[in-house]
Design a protein around this ligand. Structure first.
Ligand code: 7TS
Length: 413
């Protein structure tokens, strides 16, 4: 892992003022929230936007011509445009709203897979995928008689590129992998793997659930065919996600679900479907959350991805060094390039006990398999404890976490 410290401009006091939830006692102790890879906290402007929408503008979108419907529709579509800018897609129509990364991947596996996968075709995923980027592919492969293949990883938790080269062939139709691992923190070489996949004619889906709040994401530069992510992991509301897809591919895909909004004309004789993105947005979407999500994007853009990445990298290095110095701690995931996620095991202490004891001291970490059971199997472990940092975390919080961890370890000795 690179320890080069980059200059950043972060006014931590000002940032934390936007997150009143952080200022509370849990079990009689100051809350230290280090479960950001699961979901991070929402700045007040996101909460305010939700309340404002319901108090002032609430109406169903696209269908009404009255003023509230127009206001709601405009605000909803403004978020789509903001996301287009945020990930630098060609057009706002390439942005589809979903319930989250899971639904985005299910949409592609189900719609693209049903049309384009045939018996004997291969889908390539990696060892470090979240279940959301495994199970939908298993389901469609089973249905179509396609074969799921796995890109191996090394002991540091990095995809072995030499092995990927061997796995790719003209049979490979889809390569799906994460931009950053939720369990290991590994940042994967998206551009490199995408180039290799395209060279054999495969499409590429990148699960960006763990990258969009930490790293610069430019879908044009990455040249991926699909990019999936969740609002709630980037300071936005829960239950909302995005699927980016290249227009020419989305246009060839059949609808994912049927219902209102996704049609042009319906008769009992037959139905014509709407244009993208609406073809993939059946039913009333999560209007309020979409509108509030724009504020989360503004929050990230105001701080600047470079600043966020540099500050979080410093937190990562600081915490990694402190944890590595504890004899009983083993860090799982030591890739050169990581987002601010540290998984670890502690000799003699089960990760669930660790999570409970830390919670008793006000410290929130995640424990378990993190929905990456095949990855746990690779490392021959059942689970880990995981500390993950967002831009509002501080060095003092890491100190409190490390001190609590040391206290717990000494009790178990
Ligand atoms: N992919 C990755 C890499 C993830 O980290 C997650 C959620 C998902 C997909 C699914 O996202 P969703 O919004 O559809 O649920 N990861 C985690 C986690 O690490 N702990 O809780 C959720």
């Amino acid at each position: 892992m690179s320890s080069t410290l980059v200059e950043y401009k972060i006014d931590i006091q000002k940032i934390r003022e936007e997150f009143p939830i952080l200022d509370q006692q849990v079990n009689g102790k100051q809350l230290v929230y280090l479960d950001n890879a699961a979901t991070n906290q929402k700045p007040q402007r996101v909460v305010d936007a939700l309340v404002y929408h319901y108090q002032n503008d609430n109406a169903n979108i696209h269908r009404g011509i009255h003023t509230l419907a127009e206001r709601s529709t405009t605000a909803f579509e403004e978020t789509r445009k903001a996301i287009q800018g945020f990930i630098n897609s060609n057009e706002a129509e390439e942005i589809i709203f979903t319930k989250g990364t899971s639904e985005s991947i299910n949409l592609v596996a189900s719609s693209w897979g049903r049309k384009f996968l045939n018996a004997g075709d291969e889908v390539l995923i990696s060892t470090m995928e979240h279940h959301s980027n495994i199970v939908p592919w298993q389901m469609i492969c089973e249905e179509k008689g396609a074969i799921l293949k796995i890109m191996p990883i090394n002991e540091a938790g990095e995809i072995v590129i030499e092995e990927v080269k061997k796995l790719l062939s003209e049979k490979t139709k889809m390569v799906a992998f994460n931009h950053a691992s939720n369990t290991l923190g590994t940042v994967n070489p998206v551009k490199q793997i995408t180039k290799m996949a395209h060279a054999v004619g495969a499409k590429v889906l990148v699960d960006g659930a763990q990258s969009t709040s930490h790293l610069e994401v430019d879908v044009k530069d990455l040249n991926v065919d699909f990019f999936a992510f969740s609002a709630h992991k980037m300071y936005g509301p829960t239950g909302l996600g995005v699927l980016y897809g290249k227009r020419d591919i989305l246009e060839k895909m059949p609808p994912y679900q049927g219902g209102g909004e996704m049609i042009k004309d319906v008769s009992f004789e037959g139905t014509t479907y709407n244009d993208i993105p609406y073809k993939f947005e059946a039913g009333t979407p999560d209007i309020a959350n979409v509108i509030a999500f724009k504020k989360a994007i503004e929050f990230i853009e105001e701080l600047g991805k470079d600043n966020i990445a540099a500050y979080e990298h410093e937190l990562l290095i600081y915490a990694t060094e402190k944890l590595a110095a504890i004899e009983e701690v083993k860090i799982v995931g030591t890739a050169k390039d990581k987002v601010s996620v540290i998984s670890f095991t502690v000799e003699g202490v089960h990760h669930f006990d660790l999570g409970m004891w830390l919670d008793a001291k006000g410290i929130a970490v995640r424990t378990g398999h993190h929905c990456t059971q095949p990855l746990m199997e690779h490392f021959c472990i059942e689970g880990t404890a995981r500390a993950s940092f967002s831009v509002y975390n501080t060095h003092e919080e890491i100190d409190a976490f490390v001190k609590a961890l040391k206290d717990i370890i000494s009790k178990f000795k």
